[in-house]
Ligand binder design. Structure first.
Ligand code: ASP
Ligand code: MG
Length: 464
């Protein structure tokens, strides 16, 4: 079970998490808990590290440590009733604060922040939280022990800020470290997001990485299920702010989760659950604020023919770029030049389409990188086969997702007639050959009616 974000926002929430674990544990389950940092702490640590290297201001560091200490001490008092246990936990945390302070001061002297020290500083959020949750459980009478990611056995390469697990070593280690604890009826609480490299230096798995920790551990110990506890009931058929009848999906496939998360339904990042899914372990998204709700289960393969379409999702803040010129037709290499120019300018491309007339290529990019994209294309195609480069910022991408669409004729027909009837003008269309999603671009003003029309057309709000 992994707990993150607002589920561990303060001591009361941590206490609530401890009693959730206790409830599930008592019913004969064996549980490993993975936690992220108190909400917002990782951001604060990163900012403080940067400030220390930019400004070299030691007084500011002391204020920061004071604030962070208070917040965690308060959390201990809120989460842990047993005075003795609370005292021991606070003593442990104070060692960490001292260490953090010294590291920040060093950075402020050196005025230098390497990836390695950046990771070291940002690892503190998780290192401070795991002992609090573990203490809260002990205070409730559950035997528990807290471990850092490295202590739990996760070993990565030395790409400090975005480290990749060395799966073979990790697998062996995690089994050796955690299985005996589980056997001894202890609940290990592992700090997510952080690991060590082969030399024992702290690394981090990339922002949001504690889901990854949970999935690595779950896969290694052969868990029956991995539960990602968050603050929503699961993955929904559409954004409930737009479609009041939107509903939580009970089951989706890994492929569908992947498509949905690319399209803005950021409940879970597919990369982070891959180790578990590859082993056939299902991943369940559950809500700590509504624990009786079954949530959404993500499984390796899942096709329900009657549900060809599962969800409709939106990406906002995108821009459409259209590159055209009659001379593009039949000229090899134009597409390559378009994409190379954009890649060199570090522009991420979200959608691509070219008609068979070959006279234009349409691309969707993040609105934030639009000017970079336009500049790159203009300088690449000065006086060339490309005659016009136009863009439109007031657009949104909508994706209709469902694994059952593959091989089912008529879905695209239904999608576009529903849009036509709703009066939503479609600017660009693309469907990958996996057929798991149909995506298209509409004008910003049409996005709500488009989503409502599609949700209706496929009757996504109806209970299954
Ligand atoms: N605390 C880390 C972050 O904010 C990891 C996580 O939350 O999963 O990115
Ligand atoms: Mg986080």
């Amino acid at each position: 079970m992994k707990f993150g974000g607002t589920s561990v926002a303060d001591g009361y929430r941590i206490k609530n998490v401890a009693s959730l674990i206790k409830g599930f544990y008592n019913g004969k389950n064996e549980i490993v808990a993975v936690v992220s940092a108190l909400s917002g702490v990782t951001d604060e640590l990163e900012e403080e590290a940067k400030r220390a290297s930019d400004k070299g201001d030691a007084a500011e560091i002391d204020l920061f440590i004071k604030r962070l200490t208070k917040r965690h001490h308060d959390a201990v008092k809120e989460a842990i009733d047993d005075k003795e246990i609370a005292k021991t936990v606070i003593e442990g945390l104070d060692v960490e604060f001292n260490d953090l302070r010294k590291s920040l001061i060093s950075i402020s002297h050196l005025r230098e922040l390497t990836d390695r020290s950046h990771s070291y500083i940002s690892s503190f959020g998780e290192r401070l939280l795991a002992p609090i949750l573990s203490g809260a459980m002990r205070s409730m009478g559950l035997d528990s022990i807290s471990l850092t990611g490295g202590e739990a056995g996760i070993v990565t390469n030395s790409n400090f800020k975005n480290a990749r697990p060395l799966f073979d070593i990790t697998n062996d280690n995690v089994k050796k470290r955690l299985l005996p604890l589980i056997k001894a009826r202890k609940v290990p609480v592992v700090s997510g997001f952080i690991a060590v490299d082969k030399n024992g230096v702290i690394t981090t798995l990339g922002r949001g990485g504690s889901d990854y920790t949970a999935s690595i551990i779950g896969a290694d110990i052969n868990a029956d299920e991995i539960w990602i506890w968050t603050d929503v009931d699961g993955v929904m058929t559409a954004d409930p702010k737009i479609v009041p009848g939107a509903r939580t999906l009970p089951v989706i496939s890994y492929l569908e989760a992947m498509e949905l998360s690319y399209f803005g339904a950021k409940v879970i990042h597919p990369k982070t659950i891959e180790p578990a899914i590859q082993k056939g372990i299902s991943v369940r998204v559950k809500n700590t604020f509504n624990p009786m709700h079954p949530g959404t289960t993500i499984v390796k393969d899942h096709k329900e023919i009657k549900d060809v379409v599962k969800a409709v999702t939106i990406i906002r803040n995108v821009a459409l770029v259209n590159v055209s010129g009659a001379g593009m037709a039949g000229t090899p290499g134009v597409a390559a030049r378009v994409f190379t120019a954009l890649a060199k300018a570090d522009v991420n491309i979200m959608m691509i389409s070219q008609g068979s007339s070959e006279a234009n290529i349409s691309i969707v990019v993040d609105e934030a990188s639009l000017s970079k994209a336009i500049n790159a294309l203009q300088s690449e195609f000065r006086e060339d086969v490309v005659k016009s480069i136009v863009h439109d910022k007031d657009v949104c991408t909508i994706a209709v997702v469902g694994a059952g669409m593959a091989g089912t004729p008529g879905v695209a027909g239904r999608v576009f007639s529903a849009l036509g009837q709703a009066g939503a003008n479609v600017r660009m269309i693309s469907q990958g050959s996996s057929e798991v999603n149909i995506s298209f671009v509409v004008d910003g003003k049409d996005v709500e009616k488009a989503v409502i029309a599609l949700h209706d057309e496929f009757n996504l709000g109806a209970e299954r």
